[in-house]
Design a protein around this ligand. Sequence first.
Ligand SMILES: [Zn+2]
Length: 359
Amino acid sequence: MSGDLVLRGGRVIDPAAGLDTQADVAITDGRIAAIGPGLTGHRVEDVTGHIVVPGLIDLHTHIYRGGTSLALDPLAITRMSGATTLVDAGSAGASNFEGFRDHVIRPAPMRIFAFLNISYAGIFAWKPGLMFGESSDLRLLDMAECLRVVQENRDTIVGVKVRLGSYASGAMGLAPLDMALEVAEAAGVPVMAHIDYVPPTGREVLDRLRPGDVLTHACKGFPNSLLRGDGRILPAALAARARGVLFDIGHGTISFDQDTAARLADLGFVPDFISSDLHAMCVDGERFHLLTVMSKMLAIGVPLAEVIARATATPAAYLRQDDLGTLRPGAVADVTALALDGTALRLAGCWIGGKRFDL
Ligand SMILES: [Zn+2]
């Protein structure tokens, strides 16, 4: 078996295929052609000593660069983390999604999907010293426009984002969530809910989420933590998970608490998705990109294959992208190569549609 390109000698881990083996990966015409020993190709890249995984998927980023103050350049995110699919979590609203789509999403080499903010403006005024919550004034929440833009962009928009909490929605309580849920219901898409400070409470939000909806910032500390003061999991979180609500890490800056994550993992409550919530305020100093967050999960004892699954197979299935998040023959040749040192993952290379992405 031969291919245009062969990645030779790596340890291939593909949780979707139940694969963890020393093998070559052959790529032809932008698709995975074969996995196995002794493959030959027109070009060969040596990845000996590295872990070769399906192109990573970061379910929570902010990449409407130039359109929103919290956004980062998607190229920079892929360069840091090797994520070949990025999902923007509500940077754009109905008023500016067209700009995001035409100026950022379409020209980008990596794959980009988006949750559309229920707020017409998207996240528009957000920097140190200035936080105007886009859901803090209900006049900004135009349900009809949100629904229209979701319906007109089904190839790209995967759900509705709502940010709740005193930072994001002021004193509006649950009203923005109810509005987002109603739009999502009409469009047949999920909601991703962010929660910061009370009001509302995490319990109130969890009680309203439907199967398939996502709560992000799942490992945040007090307040609105999924852990109670007695070290047990909030019953509302257990009930939500039992009925099919999904949980996303969305690390960000203040949205992740290592002790909370460790305790949740000890209790068997590892979030479904490992994601970065990388934005303009978390790239100075330590960079909390996807590999950093995956490394943190390894450090608290989550097995490697499970960590990889939560940034490949699980989000791909959630996005209904059968061709992504796996290295089975026929899948899109998005591939990430990683170096593992203890529990620290470092990027060694990535390929998008079989083309090496210049780090
Ligand atoms: Zn976010």
